[in-house]
Design a binder for this molecule. Structure first.
Ligand code: NAP
Length: 251
């Protein structure tokens, strides 16, 4: 490959982002671990450093322009120009439409869509300069529609259109853009959903597994494996794609 082996992973303090950060470091990338609070990134950073690669933790809100620009600049100055970007930071503000507030709507759009836009715009200049880059953004099976998630479904469907457009614009510069649409992955995000439904996390996981063709819920490492492929050199002819990783053909 021609580009620097430096990757930025957003929302990488825990869950899917942490697994992707660790996997990409095992693949030979140095990693900027971005999350809302720098202190929360310590565990992911320590795991990467212990495994023998460089990592830095950066506190930034992906929906904030100044935060994004300084995070990308800090990555460039401390690790080198980033050529891989994983747009993973995300939040849920689930509510049935008649109860959904403007804030539920706006905050979900801000983190998922404005966040992916700001991060991608800031990183692409380094990728274009390097004439090599990989962008992977987290969509969801919820993009197909999900009760109580009009905001999240719209944002995750938006990620797919964003990805395809970026793939078209940046392809001539050796940059690919793809989206991963996970189904049910066992992380704190869904622990919160179980709490809201008033059931234990273990019960929630067990019930979900019964509906999934491979009869288990997903783990963050399942998604990290796919991100690893998209970021590899040999994936250079795969761009603008959405892969549903859900243990079956649908959620
Ligand atoms: P998670 O465990 O909740 O982790 C998300 C991380 O993103 C948290 O560390 C969170 O920080 C951080 N974050 C939130 N808002 C941010 C912001 N504005 N700027 C920077 N960081 C921010 O979630 P996950 O389950 O790993 O999900 C990761 C991605 O996969 C999300 O985009 C999610 O929508 C998507 N996804 C997840 C599933 C699933 O089943 N888990 C399925 C489909 C898609 P705080 O802890 O401080 O909030």
């Amino acid at each position: 490959m021609t580009g620097n082996r430096v990757a930025i992973v957003t929302g990488a303090a825990r869950g899917i982002g942490a697994a992707i950060a660790k996997r990409l470091s095992a693949d030979g990338f140095d990693i900027a671990v971005i999350d809302l609070r720098e202190s929360d990134t310590a565990e992911t950073v320590a795991a990467i450093v212990a495994a023998g690669r460089k990592a830095i933790g950066i506190g930034a809100d992906v929906s904030d322009l100044a935060g994004v620009e300084s995070a990308v600049e800090r990555t460039r100055s401390e690790l080198g120009a980033p050529t891989v970007l994983i747009n993973n930071a995300g939040i849920l503000r689930d509510n049935l439409l008649f109860k959904m507030t403007e804030d539920d709507w706006d905050s979900v759009m801000a983190v998922h869509l404005r966040g992916a836009f700001l991060m991608t715009r800031a990183v692409q200049k380094h990728q274009v300069e390097a004439k090599w880059g990989r962008i992977v953004s987290l969509s969801s099976t919820s993009a197909l529609g999900n009760r109580g998630q009009a905001n999240y479904a719209a944002a995750k469907a938006g990620i797919q259109g964003f990805t395809k457009s970026v793939a078209i614009e940046l392809g001539p510069f050796g940059v690919t853009a793809n989206a991963i649409a996970p189904g049910f992955i066992a992380t704190d995000m869904l622990r919160g959903t179980a709490e809201r439904l008033g059931v234990s996390f273990e019960y929630f996981l067990g019930e979900a597994a019964k509906e999934i063709p491979v009869r288990r819920v997903g783990q963050p490492e399942d998604i990290a494996a796919l991100a690893s492929f998209f970021c590899s050199d040999e994936a250079g002819f795969v761009s603008g794609q959405v892969v549903y990783a859900a243990g079956g053909p649908k959620a």
